[in-house]
Design a protein around this ligand. Sequence first.
Ligand SMILES: Cc1cc2nc3c(=O)[nH]c(=O)nc-3n(C[C@H](O)[C@H](O)[C@H](O)COP(=O)(O)O)c2cc1C
Length: 220
Amino acid sequence: MKRLFLTVILIIMLGGFSFGVSGEGKVVKLPLPRYKSNVSVEEALNERQSVRQYSKAALSIEELSQVLWAAYGKNKWSKLTSPSAGALYPLTIYVAVGEVDTVPAGLYKYNNKKHSLIWISSQDSRSLLSEASLGQRWVREAPVDIIVCANYRITTSRYGNRGSRYVDVEVGHLGQNIYLQAVALGLGTVAVGAFSDGEVKGVLGVDEQPLYIMPVGRLE
Ligand SMILES: Cc1cc2nc3c(=O)[nH]c(=O)nc-3n(C[C@H](O)[C@H](O)[C@H](O)COP(=O)(O)O)c2cc1C
């Protein structure tokens, strides 16, 4: 009886702690983000630039966690780090993981409520995303690509046609957060907007509108 109990506990623990395991609905818990840094906002703004060349080194799970939190994570007010018209938050982040320590390569969705990654597939999608982006090399070479998608209906159902403008503006907020957080971590990124919408949707297997692909990597 005791052995059965221990086995069940072990199975539950392994199920919630999914490294190396894949399957529908599996979750990778992300470490908590840091709320302090030695790099000021002013320094990050002063150093921000688009970076298209990365070292071959993998990112750590802490770095990925920090970048995702900065992009669209929950802050101390239980709001998100990016503002949103009517607090409707129409954006979703997908993550194409190639080389991130302790996170198996694959496609994931960022769950900002739980600060975790939801496994979608074990396919390393970076090359396909690069092809969909007119062959842009940095999309293929970065250890991770962050893909920001929008569900316009969430915002247009309240604001009508003007809602589309709001959604387009919102992805800019999110993108800038990634740029600034990347600088503070000594990483580089670039906002990629040139891609085939249909092909990116196909790679992700979603109906939402892709707006940005942001490769993130270590500086050379
Ligand atoms: C909406 C938008 C789309 C962009 N699309 C691409 C792109 O597809 N590929 C790319 O390499 N850079 C892209 N960029 C980055 C710009 O080329 C870059 O911001 C610009 O050259 C200024 O350089 P800086 O970011 O270093 O200041 C895009 C930037 C924005 C804001």
